[in-house]
Design a protein around this ligand. Structure first.
Ligand code: GDP
Length: 299
């Protein structure tokens, strides 16, 4: 919890100081609540959630003196209530072998790093892991995944730059089956500047995976960079259908004052949030806990 709190420092500072600024020696009324709502919008919680949360904070407290500490506490409760339904641990079903995880996200979101971190976590739990370097467009992405593979001792299935991602996924599943691998993590391309091409490729990757195993991918996770704020909403819209998203991972929560974006996403899509990234290190990937997160960002 302490590590997450340190990671979320900038979001915490923005909300905590904001609440103090609004509610010190002032009553809770229409004006201060409007200021609170603006603060929540600035933290990227989105218009709907910001309005709903501010309203909930105000309920039964109009024209009362409420201390900033109390407001922070109530705020944490209300935020936790929005986030609780999407808190879902990252879990592997060992009866599925390999358990296939498709990982999508735009370039730079932290996709490759997150795959590496998840691989490390699984290895530490004694599971065997394989990576498929499905971002066949970028030599750097393939290399980066190979570095992770070496680091944690996971084989990496790759093809040449510009190679067919769907064919690679197919080959990786076969190899994982043959080797009795527990978990196969499939990386994908994320060049959003060619959206139509990207979606066509992703569709094909998913189709080929299903051909090999109709129940797969067992998880289809979108990696989102918290520092992009409201842009994350558009990214979910883009990937939701094509990738058949089952859940989200939010990275770089350590680098932003916009941690509230998780609240906006939870309210809008209700997709499970499994993990959050709070740094570049191998251990900087944590299970998402609604209560702790809400407490950490409200200060
Ligand atoms: P990809 O293009 O989506 O595969 O992104 P990368 O995995 O290459 O990550 C892009 C950059 O973000 C790298 O410098 C990572 O070290 C960094 N990064 C990834 N996750 C986090 C995180 O949770 N916190 C911070 N501060 N940096 C991160």
């Amino acid at each position: 919890f302490k590590r997450m709190k340190e990671g979320l420092q900038r979001s915490t500072q923005a909300l905590s100081e904001g609440v103090s600024g609004i509610f010190t020696k002032r009553k809770l009324d229409g004006e201060t609540l409007q200021e609170l709502e603006d603060l929540l919008i600035m933290a990227d919680m989105g218009l709907d959630q910001a309005a709903a949360i501010a309203e909930a904070v105000g309920k039964g407290r109009y024209n009362k003196e409420v201390s900033p500490e109390e407001i922070r506490e109530i705020l944490a409760e209300e935020i936790a209530a929005v986030l609780a339904p999407v808190e879902k641990p990252f879990e592997i079903d060992s009866s599925k072998k390999p358990f296939i995880v498709l990982v999508t996200g735009v370039n730079g979101s932290g996709k490759t790093t997150t795959i590496g971190k998840i691989g490390a976590k699984l290895k530490a739990e004694g599971k065997s892991v394989m990576f498929a370097a499905g971002d066949t467009f970028r030599a750097a992405a393939i290399d980066q995944l190979k570095i992770w593979g070496e680091r944690i001792g996971a084989p990496v299935v790759e093809t040449k730059v510009g190679g067919d991602a769907a064919g690679l996924a197919f080959e990786a599943i076969d190899r994982a089956k043959a080797e009795g691998t527990d978990v196969l993590l499939i990386d994908t391309a994320g060049r959003l500047q060619n959206k139509a091409g990207l979606m066509a490729e992703l569709e094909k990757v998913v189709r080929v995976i299903k051909k090999r195993d109709p129940e797969a991918p067992h998880l289809s996770l979108l990696v989102l960079d918290a520092t992009t704020g409201q842009n994350a909403i558009n990214q979910v819209e883009v990937f939701k259908e094509t990738a058949g998203l089952t859940g989200l991972i939010m990275t770089k929560l350590d680098g932003t004052a916009r941690g509230g974006i998780l609240v906006a996403l939870a309210g809008r899509f209700g997709l499970p949030v499994h993990l959050i990234g709070v740094g570049e290190g191998i251990d900087d990937l944590q299970s998402f806990n609604a209560k702790n997160f809400a407490r950490a960002i409200t200060g």
